[in-house]
Design a binder for this molecule. Sequence first.
Ligand SMILES: [Zn+2]
Length: 291
Amino acid sequence: MSLLIIPVLIVAAATGLFLLWKFRWGPPDRTLPGVLTYHKITGFEFGGTWMTPARFASGLDHLADSGYSFIGEDQFIDTLDGKRESPGKEILITFDDGYRMLMDHALPSLETRNIPALIFLVTSYAGRENAWELPLPGRRTRHLGWDEVSDISANPLFTFGSHSRTHRDLTGLSDDVLADELIISREVIGHQTGRMARSVSYPFGLVDRRVAGSARSAGYEAGFTLFPTGRGEGVDRFCLRREGVWIIDTKSSVDLKLSGGRLFWFEDIKGRTINRLASITPFFMKKGPFD
Ligand SMILES: [Zn+2]
């Protein structure tokens, strides 16, 4: 009798979680191509937002073998605009933060496979270390410098978007500072690459109506978060969902995130929980160093 209570409790807890997920968020809209987000591609670091170069490369091969094709930012925006119809099973690869390590550990794997990618830069940190991140041991990482960004942008496979100027929680900034974060970063990228940023990725995925409106006014055509807060009906082009790929992910968990199988709800709750934990950072790092 007492042993029976354990499975009963597990089933009850799982049912409760599922119902909470179903009414709070529900399945996302899947009319657009899937968008994957990576951060650091590296051997090891403390934290969860990294992936080894070998697993990154084998993950790409697995997706191609599973029938996915890869599109770039322009095709994604054309699809958003209704100028292009997605045949389904398409993926846009994105990187947040724009680290220097991408040049050694990620871009060559993409280039040899002819896979496009969209890289989001924190413009005030170009060429500098990531002082905006929680200072765990071994976590100091350099961002791409402008010379490197310029070299990469010569390859038509790769485009650059804005991840703000200083990687702060945009929802907590005054209207003027918010506009600076969005407008100046967009212009600097245009100046450095000869191509104005078309997309923005909100730091920590934190966005609300005011931030989304400010991104639209700044001239962006698409705004990416990770997990939109509302229910998944319809597409808001300034609150676009992406699937984060972390070190704990497996090929099958990435499949589940992209295709939405029976256990998608569990994967979604797991991702939202990880993202909530990562959002703790802005509480420790209120001020950007360049203001
Ligand atoms: Zn970031």
